[in-house]
Design a protein around this ligand. Sequence first.
Ligand code: 3EB
Length: 362
Amino acid sequence: MKSQAVAENPGDMNLSQDGAATGWTVDPPVDCHLFESTHFQAGRWPAGRYPLAAIVHGPGSGEPLSFDGSFDGPCIDSCMDSLDGRSWVEVLSVNRPVRYLREGDFDIAVSEDVFFAAAATRESDPGSLEARTQGLYEALLQLIQRHGFPHILRIWHTLSRITEQEGGEERYRQFCLGRHEAIRRVAPRIFDSFPAATGVGSHRGDLTVYVVAARDGGQPVENPNQVSAYRYPARYGPRSPSFARALVKKWPGSAVLFLSGTASIVGHESRHRDHLAGQVAQALDNFETLVQSAARDSGVSFSITPESAVLKFYVRRPEDTAQVRAIIAERWSPQVPAVYLHADICRPELLFELEGMVTGPT
Ligand code: 3EB
């Protein structure tokens, strides 16, 4: 990932490179860079890298999302706002040319090794959230199969009012039910090997889903200190969440570790209720355990450095942001590219969650 111009403004990376992809220490088939959205210029992307899709996080001011209008690939509103008043864009990029398509409700980008798709539901769409989720998910699973990329590596879900009740069931639980049923019907093999995922609460929209898929699967990673989410007991919902804690995808020369949304959960229980610092420390411990497990399982030397990692931090209460930043700064270099987003977490007592992507050499 990026190895220069990280400190001042990641967007400057584009400008400082005159054609050579010197910002990449390894050349992974997919990776992620963060830009302040006004600094992203698709036309000045380094040679040898191609933007796959852009995920835009709002400035939190109610202003429209500012963004490079010349980029004609998928441009997805995360339905979340950053906590620093600036709009950020997360750009997934690949090392082979990309074709951009639209099919039905899906924004699509296709490259040689990697496939991207995104879609969103609206609350005005017919049916319950469970039904809308199932419909979107079945269409998504069929789409990736049709295009020859049936293996989801990483999937993100943002869901508004995530812990609210609707029609007698919590929205997150309805989402888990719809997802489970779609997988059962269309791609039951996923139950044998889950992708990495995030399921987080947005403040806009209904359900937004975006995905990175591949022709062949990766290696799921679980946290020895947590019950696998797909084995959570029924008290967390009638259908357990369908994701792995992390996933390693190896390609010749490079590997990517996709780390799922990670919170202050030990076993299957939330820890450090009403204690922000405890929750952040626990979530970071869980995250570091996952990085170590992934490195051990895969033999790839993954570590969280400014050159190799991009992180996303989800904070429930904006007023906690400064304290969260301070705790994180004790662990990892502030040079590690990161964005702080205002989000709800899928359990009401949880105040913080993080996720990330880490590249390594193979
Ligand atoms: C948890 O550990 C936190 O439903 O896809 C994290 C990552 C969470 C993904 C999902 C949910 C999801 O249970 C919540």
